[in-house]
Write a protein that binds this ligand. Structure first.
Ligand code: BG6
Length: 484
């Protein structure tokens, strides 16, 4: 009968910022399967009615179009139940078991929106109550560990009580419509595939720029940094989507096998590349949208003299027949010039230019992930209004705006992922071996920084990061897309 979704961390930040709004959107769009129940777990002593009122109040902070009317909320609230639990107390799991066993839902989703230090305990305790049967799916938020060893320890503990198919590791970038479109672009169309290789592509750039600083998460972020927060997961998943071979079919296994091969093919770090192909930065005071903003060191929760990086730019290669020698650049940071995530595929110039035209990077495919979702194809064309004798070409751009084509009311990342968990679709979730391989690859960087006392380079808030990031790419004869 229907599904039960148990939301551990039901009074936490993630629950009200991301998960509740996504569940409400799924409900509003009629996408939540019939007969569902959402059991929210928290430490506070609240009645169902008090919890529902709390959630309703939280919706005041949500943008107007996504806010429920009183009547809509009343219908949505019927799904919400509250259970007080202390997650360190085994006896409290017996009460959870009572609540769940009374209904015997077809699917039970355990969503762990808690501190990662609780993941192992919660999974062991639900297993001790016999709640880990085949109908159970466990959703884990990142970060899953802070290095390879801690990630492996969590995965090993999970393996004792759950099968891999029951574990849904979230990387919300995979739920973004734009990222799913990347799979569609590459594997639903024959057009680009013959060009998708070293013979035609000069370099690929992945940028995830954020305008915001660390906001209220200073204490967490100071222990984490941009490499663990964004590169180990989101940026490497984008790299996999752009670099992987076509999977043999669209099943989770086939897709994840191919992504794993990309991660296994990433060029290992050497002392030389650690020195030259990685730039870390930390934001200084500056301007964001014309407003003065503090530097990272002045943010609440940040340790004095912190060496935590808020910016990373790096260069790597995928060592296989398709990509050998093609540089892949990854860049991500907080307090940059704008909120902008995109992938730029720069094609090689023509082998023998006969026109008088701008030489470099004439052909570019830009995959825009956010704020807009769409494609730009950059070409050269003859401008017929010119009256010069020698033919000269001008850059032109073809735009495909998916928001305009499909409407901006698209299924958001969290809504997509929640619906997939309920339906048991693993395609957009990360398998343990992928995650471990990503940690294995970033570990030498973490190690290098631990021993490198020079620390991160400062960059002004509102800029594009330290100038060393531009120097790094310039050494290869290329530049970042905003510098073209
Ligand atoms: C999260 C990081 O995973 O992704 C945050 O922990 C970051 O630090 C966020 O701000 C970015 O997500 P989005 O969807 O806003 O690009």
């Amino acid at each position: 009968m229907g599904f039960d979704l148990v939301l551990f961390g039901g009074t936490g930040d993630l629950a009200w910022r991301k998960i509740m709004p996504a569940l409400f959107q799924a409900f509003r769009h009629g996408n939540l399967p019939e007969g569902g129940r959402i059991v929210c777990v928290g430490r506070d002593d609240l009645s169902h009615a008090q919890y529902r009122a709390l959630i309703q109040g939280r919706f005041d902070g949500v943008e107007l179009a996504k806010r429920p009317s009183a009547e809509e909320f009343a219908r949505f609230a019927d799904l919400l139940h509250y259970l007080r639990m202390d997650l360190s107390q085994p006896a409290d799991y017996a009460r959870l078991a009572q609540v769940l066993n009374a209904r015997a839902a077809e699917t039970v989703v355990m969503y762990l929106a808690t501190a990662p230090s609780l993941f192992t305990t919660v999974c062991e305790q639900i297993a001790a109550e016999g709640l880990n049967g085949p109908q159970t799916r466990v959703v884990l938020e990142k970060p899953l560990g802070h290095d390879l060893a801690s990630n492996q320890a969590i995965n090993a503990a999970l393996r004792k009580v759950l099968r891999e198919e029951q574990v849904f590791r979230i990387d919300h970038y995979l739920g973004k419509p734009s990222v799913q479109n990347l799979f569609a672009l590459r594997f639903g169309n024959a057009l680009f595939e013959p060009l998708w290789r070293r013979e035609t592509i000069a370099n690929i750039q992945i940028t995830i720029a954020e305008e915001l600083g660390v906001e209220s998460r200073g204490a967490f972020y100071d222990q984490t940094g941009a490499l663990r927060d964004m590169v180990q997961n989101h940026a490497l998943q984008l790299l996999c989507a752009i670099g992987m071979e076509p999977p043999i079919n669209a099943t989770a296994h086939a897709i994840r096998d191919e992504k794993l091969k990309v991660l296994q093919s990433l060029k290992p770090w050497t002392p030389e590349t650690l020195g030259q192909h990685v730039v870390r930065g930390q934001y200084l005071p500056g301007l964001s949208q014309g407003r003065p903003v503090p530097g990272y060191a002045q943010e609440k929760g940040v340790a004095p003299g912190s060496q935590t990086e808020t910016f990373v730019a790096l260069r790597t290669e995928i060592s296989n027949w398709r990509w050998a020698g093609v540089p892949f650049y990854i860049r991500t940071g907080k307090r940059l010039a704008g909120r902008n995530a995109h992938i730029v595929v720069n094609f090689r110039p023509v082998p023998h230019p006969i026109f008088n035209s701008p030489a470099s990077s004439a052909n570019r495919l830009v995959i825009n992930l956010q704020p807009q979702d769409g494609l730009e194809l950059h070409l050269l064309a003859q401008d017929a209004s010119q009256r010069r004798a020698a033919p000269s070409l001008s850059p032109v751009q073809l735009n495909l705006d998916f928001d305009q084509r499909f409407g901006s009311e698209r299924v958001g990342a969290y809504e997509r992922l929640l619906l997939d968990v309920i339906a048991g679709r693993l395609n957009l979730f990360v398998r343990s071996d992928e995650q471990e391989q990503a940690w294995r690859w970033v570990e030498p960087l973490l190690e290098h920084w631990r021993n490198d006392t020079s620390g991160p380079r400062g960059y002004a808030a509102g800029s594009w990061g330290p100038s060393a990031a531009s120097a790094m790419i310039a050494r290869d004869g290329f530049c970042w897309s905003e510098e073209v």
